[in-house]
Ligand binder design. Structure first.
Ligand code: SAM
Length: 294
């Protein structure tokens, strides 16, 4: 995708929690949009009055898009058609240049439901990375909830801050970004949810245990099954956790066009194991034998 993601670029996302659905207004000067061509290529473009965007199939005048409704089809001077839409939440949080690996969109929704992030929830996260999961959590908990996110690397924290400001327009008051090593412990207590996406989640188990209220849920994203095993072993050793569960999601698209009705040639297959457990009221371990309790 073409990129113009600098928060200093002049444009601001519509207020809200990111993603294109927040407004019925026509496109404005300074907005970030996505142009989609006939073969499905996507170009992120920051609209600026008087400017032009050049792609292989020709030029688009920004002024031909500004003031027009989302979903308009615009035409280059070479006659190629492009659909103009606002980026969805997934496109906004994963489509920009980044240093850390964000959670994939296919996993984001499952994490929000699996960890039961609800309006008003108090969420502790580590590490912040690009801020993709932070933004998804903020959306789910709403203005009544809060998110505290720890990141060990200052440059990542600053980049995440810029990405969040770009997506939301400003840093929301119910978000606290902290520079710190979660393996050394956290100050927060009484949290409803803990979300871990870092290399050694088992090292964060004592912090998660201290931070979570009884009945709260801890989630860890683990790319490798050896991480799942160490994380679960640690939850069992530390005790005070139950209902341990891990699963992964494989996303297979389908082509449904004319006589062509078939699975896509490519899949979004393994990205990571999604691991969940519940904080118990006492230092017990509770693991039902059956599967599929989720
Ligand atoms: C895979 S990235 C997280 C990506 C993030 N979930 C997202 O959606 O963009 C892992 C992040 O954890 C941070 N990290 C690693 N160890 C940490 C620790 N002990 N405490 C806090 N952050 C840590 C890394 O610097 C990195 O930014």
């Amino acid at each position: 995708m073409d990129e113009d993601t600098s928060p200093l670029a002049g444009g601001r996302a519509p207020a809200g929690h990111g993603g294109g659905g927040g407004t019925q207004e026509p496109f404005k000067d300074g907005e970030l949009i996505v142009l989609i061509d006939k073969v499905g290529r996507r170009h992120r473009v920051r609209l600026r009055s008087g400017e032009r965007h050049s792609i292989h199939s020709g030029l688009i005048e920004h002024d031909d898009v500004i003031g027009r409704p989302e979903g308009i089809v615009v035409v280059t001077q070479l006659g190629a058609k492009l659909l103009a839409v606002r980026p969805t939440f997934a496109e906004q949080v994963t489509g920009r240049r980044r240093q850390a690996q964000p959670i994939y969109p296919k996993d984001l929704g499952a994490i929000l439901v699996g960890a039961d992030l609800h309006p008003g929830a108090r969420v502790l996260e580590a590490g912040t990375g690009t801020g993709a999961l932070t933004l998804a959590a903020l959306r789910a908990v709403g203005e009544q909830g809060l998110v505290v996110s720890y990141e060990a690397r200052e440059e990542f924290l600053e980049a995440a801050k810029r990405g969040i400001v770009e997506t939301l327009g400003s840093l929301p008051p119910n978000l606290t970004l902290k520079l710190g090593d979660v393996y050394l412990g956290v100050e927060e207590t009484g949290m409803d949810r803990v979300l871990l996406d870092l290399a050694e989640p088992w090292q964060a188990v004592p912090a998660a245990k201290a931070a979570l209220r009884p009945g709260g849920i801890v989630f860890a994203h683990c790319p490798n099954v050896s991480q799942v095993q160490r994380f679960f072993d640690c939850l069992r050793d530390v005790r005070g956790f139950g209902m341990l569960e891990a699963f992964e999601l494989l996303q297979r698209g389908w082509t449904v066009r004319g006589r062509s009705m078939r699975p896509s040639h490519r899949m979004v297959a393994h990205t990571g194991f999604l691991c969940f457990a519940r904080r118990l009221a006492e230092d017990e371990l509770f693991e039902p034998e059956g599967e599929g309790f989720r």
